[in-house]
Design a protein around this ligand. Sequence first.
Ligand code: PLP
Length: 380
Amino acid sequence: MKEMTSATAAINALALAKRSRGETVYNFAAGDPILSPHPVVVEAVTAAMHSELILYPPVAGLEALRKEAILWMGESYGAHYGIENTLVTAGGKFALLAAMQAILSQEDEVIIPSPYWVSYPQMVELLGAKPVIARTEAKKGWKLDVETLEKCITERSRVLILNNAANPTGILYTREELESLVECACKKGLIIISDEVYSEIIYDDGIFVSCGLLEKWREQVIVVQSCSKNFAMTGWRIGFAFGPERWIREMTAIQSQSTSGPSTVSQWAAIAALKERKAIIPTVRREMQKRRDLFVEMFNEQFSEQLPKPSSGLYAFIPLSIFHTEKDSAQMCNDLMTTANIACVPGVAFGQEGYMRMAFSEKREVLREGLTTLRKEMGS
Ligand code: PLP
């Protein structure tokens, strides 16, 4: 079988292995917003442990969790769903895979704007379908436009994946941009899978718009959400899919024959976090904004650069030209890891050579030390 391990997971594994040998590793690879769990989450889990609440969950997720998630989507994004439109999954990642598995047949084409999150093309290939990459450019703000999208649509096109707010570029689509892309794809009969797992990690005056708001195309849009980034709960593995009843039913069937749904303990934790969202979300956002500011300001100072601050997410997508290197991105990241214990993800894994991605979600002191080490490694 072709190598299917995600590039980020592979680099993260290498970083963890070095750490377990006692080496200091600067992990700029994983987008893990490192924060202590909120006390309400700890309390909810402790209470669940002392009760008889930790049984198999219903396959589609605990009803209380689905209801809280529906409230969050309505309140925060004006996206209105019923319980029959809502599924709890083991992270956004499984929601994406289940959605694709429900929709796709062999040889179907899935349009993926690049730079993309590393897992999309490989998930599509895993299902025997074909990724079709819609290239975007830095000078156009890394955004997909209708003209490029139209060129990618064929008789076999079945799905368009949109990622807003985007990993690795941090871009945010406006409502108008989303409307025109969704309209173009839906008119041609495509289903939109809208990956919105960074929807609350929005900085400055940025405005996030959910595809779930576009009522007209409701029957063709599946929104993927997660507690991982928005609530700094990566390890709990709680995600969601919101969409037409037909697809949610099929995804629930897939879940019933695979994971049976995420851990019940995690679902109780997520209920507590979602109920406390008005306190938790701003705390996560504020801290990530401080880490972003520290990272970008220090990076620019060290390399005399003018990298813009990303509008959302946990990553800086950095052109290798800054380092005056002839290396390609895989070589660059491999060398940084081997010689300086600095973990970054090569641009090629996102479908964009000439760049590397650095996550700024680590604690601030780690970011400072890591960037100082990077500066030394690159020569001053
Ligand atoms: N989508 C994007 C764009 C991501 O960056 C990630 C994780 O990094 C995921 C989905 C999956 O997140 P999780 O499965 O932790 O919810």
